[in-house]
Ligand binder design. Structure first.
Ligand SMILES: [Zn+2]
Length: 385
């Protein structure tokens, strides 16, 4: 035994030796192979002393063995991404034959109703379980102060609900409920003369729209408007109509204002013509406010609580899971999150697939079990391999 081997062996066995601990955590197979002769000589010397270390020393620090194998690594997660957790957003316009790429939202298209079935058929075949529909009225003169077109029986959303229910009986149809795509001013409700939101009128109107979607066959209605009291109003109308037993009510309970919705507004044509949505969407720092909104919507009858955006609000997802222990929690990985991941992957910062999984696993870890994401088509492939 040379003196250098002896020194290396002592550092191997010393849990406080910083250099060896750092080496061990980052060592690769190649590193280890190149040190084989060193270490085997050292270990032959250490064989008797190691027994005393393992008996008398602290062995709770030895974690690597628990996740050395890929399967054992996957077992560390409380929940793992499955296809049934995914909801795919679809933008459906009133131009029945169009299929138009949305420039700011990579690989995402706005489609007319005639393009839906051919697009969805292969995805359903790969295991797509759910979509969320957003209507995009493009025809001139469609928008007005009341968002009248939102529940037009001949509008793209209601026609799409009927078509998809008929063509894909196993597909779960969620429908976003809001007025901003349909109002001339682009806000998520009905306004007073001074431009502020009239909460009562907005709730009356939005609950009528939700009811129309539910009656057309939507499995789930998801109000995204953030008006106070709309969950209760929708639930009451579903009860009065006698269809509450078959319609899920998913609340965008904690929807934060911010700059991550830009590509979505390009896609949906829902940018406000004046002002912003800060009087009804939550301020990014408002954790307590988000908790109050979540509790309120649970008490008003929400079946699912949603947090939006997702990756910037993991603490809120965690809060939602804590406050709504008995409810599923959904998270919407919004257009800006999706576009950022694409942009960074394109710039060589990371691999797209690896980051898509990492971001999604973070959202699951925080407490969500439903993920609304533009990555769904890719995940259907990735989760199959
Ligand atoms: Zn809206």
């Amino acid at each position: 035994m040379s003196f250098s081997s002896l020194v290396q062996d002592l550092s191997l066995r010393d849990p406080n030796a910083p250099r060896r601990r750092g080496d061990a955590s980052v060592s690769t197979i190649d590193d280890r192979a190149s040190r084989t002769s060193h270490i085997s000589r050292a270990m032959s010397y250490a064989s008797t002393a190691a027994t005393s270390v393992s008996i008398s020393g602290d062995i709770s620090s030895q974690l690597h063995g628990g996740y050395a194998h890929p399967l054992a690594r996957s077992w560390q997660a409380e929940r793992q991404l499955t296809k049934s957790m995914l909801i795919y957003p679809l933008f459906v316009s009133d131009n029945d034959d169009e299929e138009v790429l949305i420039p700011s939202l990579p690989n995402q298209y706005r489609r007319g109703i005639n393009r839906l079935v051919p697009f969805l058929e292969p995805l359903v075949h790969k295991g797509l379980r759910s979509v969320i529909l957003f209507g995009v009225p493009l025809k001139p003169g469609t928008k007005d102060a009341l968002g009248t077109a939102a529940d037009d029986p001949e509008g793209p959303v209601i026609r799409s609900i009927r078509l998809l229910r008929q063509r894909f009986p196993q597909l779960y149809i969620t429908v976003d409920v809001c007025l901003c795509e349909y109002t001339s001013h682009g806000h998520c409700g009905i306004l007073r003369d001074d431009g502020s939101l009239n909460n009562q009128l907005s709730v009356d109107r939005i609950s009528d729209v939700a009811l129309a979607y539910a009656k057309a066959g939507a499995h789930c209605v998801a109000p995204s408007d953030m008006n106070d009291g709309r969950i209760r109003a929708i639930k009451l109308k579903l009860i009065e109509e006698g269809i509450v037993h078959r319609v899920t009510l998913m609340s965008y309970a904690a929807k934060f204002s911010g700059c991550l919705y830009g590509p979505f507004r390009d896609a949906a044509g829902s940018c406000p013509s004046f002002g912003d949505r800060k009087c009804y969407q939550l301020p990014p720092g408002g954790r307590g406010l988000a908790r109050r909104a979540i509790v309120r919507d649970i008490n008003e009858g929400a079946d699912i609580i949603m947090v939006k955006p997702a990756s910037q609000y993991l603490d809120i997802i965690s809060d939602a899971k804590e406050l709504g222990k008995d409810l599923p929690v959904a998270a919407y990985q919004v257009s800006g999150e999706f576009a950022m991941i694409h942009a960074a992957a394109k710039a060589g910062v990371f691999d797209l697939k690896a980051m898509a999984f990492e971001a999604t696993e973070g959202i699951l870890r925080a407490g969500a079990t439903i993920i609304i994401s533009y990555f769904v088509p890719e995940f259907l492939d990735w989760l199959s391999t």
